[in-house]
Each structure stands twice: as structure tokens, then as C-alpha cells.
Design a protein around this ligand. Structure first.
Ligand SMILES: [Zn+2]
Length: 139
């Protein structure tokens, strides 16, 4: 189950890069080859449990979390129940989000219009970053 090297070039330098069909996907930093490990079954990496709950608290729906992380919405619902996570209902704000890499993130923050009036939260997501922006609904 645990790999210690890239199946393409043998490098040990690889990083997590999302989950595809309940399989942890990795990207080799040496040759950029993507590979997955065997099915994780019910034991999905804690990293994604944390990320899913974080996104849930930010106001994203189960389906959105499924789309972003690649873990089923049923898993997310179960984690929310298991850890007894509750979020306050707030109709005045709604989150929008983007997934960017490190250099795109730099460009994004260089434009003051992108952060003015709302602010953003940045969370790591595999080898990229997710930006969650809160905007007040116009009345
Ligand atoms: Zn490689």
C-alpha cells in the first residue's frame, strides 16, 4: 500500500495531489508523473478529512466538497456526523472559491480589487491552493 518511490523514475520525492475514485493520487516532483496507490477503502487519509471539514465550515455544500476533493459526499456527511461539526446558518454571506497554484496565488493577491471588501482564506489542497472568498449578498 505504501510506496516509497515514483513508479516512473524511482525518485522518492513525490507529493499528494488529490484523490481520484477513493485512491490517493501523487505527483512525482522529479518527473511530474502522476500515480495512485491502491484503493484506500474506508480509510481515507486524515488530510482529506480535515480539509473536508474545513470546507464544510466555510459554507460549502457536500456536493461542492465532493467535486473539489474527490471524496464522496457520503463520506463527508459521515465525518460531519462523526465529529459532531455544526456550522451557524448565515444567509448574508456566501463563499466563492478558486483553485490556484502558488504563482497564480501571487498574481491574484497583487490585485487589491480581489481582496477588497470581502477578504479571502487560503488553504492548501494537495499540490495547489484553494482560495475561499466571502462576499456579502447585495440587498
Ligand atoms: Zn518520477
Amino acid at each position: 500500500m505504501n510506496l516509497d518511490s515514483c513508479p516512473n523514475c524511482g525518485s522518492a520525492k513525490y507529493i499528494k495531489s488529490g484523490i481520484i475514485d477513493n485512491r490517493q493520487r501523487y505527483r512525482c516532483k522529479n518527473c511530474n508523473y502522476y500515480f495512485t496507490v491502491n484503493k484506500l477503502g474506508k480509510r481515507i487519509d486524515d488530510y482529506y478529512v480535515n480539509k473536508a471539514l474545513q470546507l464544510y465550515l466555510e459554507g460549502l455544500t457536500y456536493r461542492e466538497i465532493e467535486r473539489i476533493l474527490g471524496v464522496s459526499h457520503v463520506s463527508v456527511i459521515n465525518w460531519v456526523k462523526k465529529y459532531n461539526i455544526k456550522r451557524p446558518y448565515n444567509a448574508e454571506y456566501h463563499p466563492t472559491y478558486k483553485i490556484l497554484n502558488a504563482s497564480e496565488l501571487g498574481v491574484y493577491f497583487q490585485n487589491p480589487a480581489n481582496i477588497k471588501g470581502a477578504g479571502v482564506i487560503v488553504t492548501e489542497l494537495g499540490d495547489k491552493f484553494m482560495l475561499i472568498k466571502w462576499e456579502r449578498f447585495r440587498e
